[in-house]
Design a protein around this ligand. Structure first.
Ligand code: GDP
Length: 297
């Protein structure tokens, strides 16, 4: 299960301080040393860990006395609040256009779960907001990608716009947008090419698609299992495309959690969704507070 190691370690540390009627500076220091190790072991970015520890320490040592809680409980509450803040505080919603169609551009490396997430998002938007989405097959380099998207579309009964693999993604996106307007489809979800690594050709193509479609949402899909790499990928994509949101996939696996805890702080862009299964209904809105509670048990 995701966050198992981190959760266990943090919970053990918190248990030690929970009942304390008096928390000394040295108690806080010892505890924060444990928290620091737990976070580093969970593959959280070291700069993020450093800032987090400083923030918690500062608050825990200078804390306002709350009558309803023991000092130990107060420190735990601070850790929980800071974990929540680290992941962005409030849930951030998808950007929807004032005037339809909303354009969502899916970006990410190959295998991150982009095509799957495109389908999941389409289903989510239809279910939650009664939207009429269309999926656009813009990944023309991976032979199976178009078929995969068409299979997803058929399974969900959502239209798929494809022009095969001989037309440039920029043109596919442009024509898809025109088609959506004609057919009164209000949400255009554009799947784009992924590569094994971030490279210039990929980024230029994505920049062109962005320019042509003026997306309301540039959704970066990253695989939580890749830990620090996911954070580096997020940084690169954000530098070049100015992404608007992140979907973190495969949180149903035994990811250590580093990406979930670092991405927001490193990129200043919110995680909006998490992927929690391979199935089409395995997409959830990301709630930092719930995630912090889940980690702390
Ligand atoms: P793409 O290359 O980025 O388009 O990636 P795909 O959408 O083809 O996904 C790659 C693999 O990851 C597929 O086997 C998906 O079923 C799987 N996958 C995607 N999201 C999730 C998730 O949230 N949980 C799990 N367990 N598997 C996922």
């Amino acid at each position: 299960m995701a966050f198992e190691g981190l959760g266990e370690r943090l919970q053990a540390t918190m248990d030690r301080i929970k009942g304390k009627g008096k928390v000394t500076e040295s108690d806080v220091k010892v505890m924060m040393r444990e928290v620091r190790l737990a976070l580093l072991e969970a593959d959280v970015n070291f700069k993020v860990v450093k800032q987090f520890i400083n923030d918690v320490k500062e608050r825990a040592l200078g804390q306002d006395v709350m009558q309803s809680l023991t000092p130990g409980q107060q420190v735990i509450k601070i850790v929980q609040e800071e974990l929540t803040a680290l992941m962005g505080g409030e849930n951030q919603k998808l950007n929807l256009a004032q005037k339809p169609p909303t354009v969502i551009m899916m970006v990410g490396l190959q295998g991150a779960g982009k095509t799957t997430t495109a389908g999941k998002l389409a289903l989510y938007l239809r279910k939650q907001f009664n939207k009429k989405p269309i999926l656009v097959a813009g990944d023309i380099y991976r032979p199976a990608a178009i078929d995969q998207l068409e299979t997803v579309g058929k399974q969900l009964d959502i239209p798929v716009f494809s022009l095969g693999d001989q037309v440039k993604p920029e043109e596919i996106a442009e024509r898809a947008l025109k088609y959506a307007k004609e057919e009164h489809l209000d949400t255009v979800i554009v799947d784009t090419a992924g590569r094994l690594h971030v490279d210039e050709v990929l980024m230029n193509e994505l920049k062109n698609v962005k320019e042509i479609t003026e997306p309301d949402e540039i959704m970066l899909v990253v695989d939580s299992m890749t830990g620090q790499d996911a954070v580096n990928v997020a940084e690169s994509f954000n530098d070049l495309l100015d992404i608007t949101g992140v979907t973190l996939t495969k949180l149903d696996g035994d990811t250590r959690g580093g990406a979930a805890l670092s991405i927001r702080s490193v990129t200043e862009k919110p995680i909006k969704f998490i992927g929690v299964s391979e199935k089409m209904d395995g997409l959830e809105a990301f709630h930092p507070e719930r995630m912090a509670s889940r980690i702390l048990g």
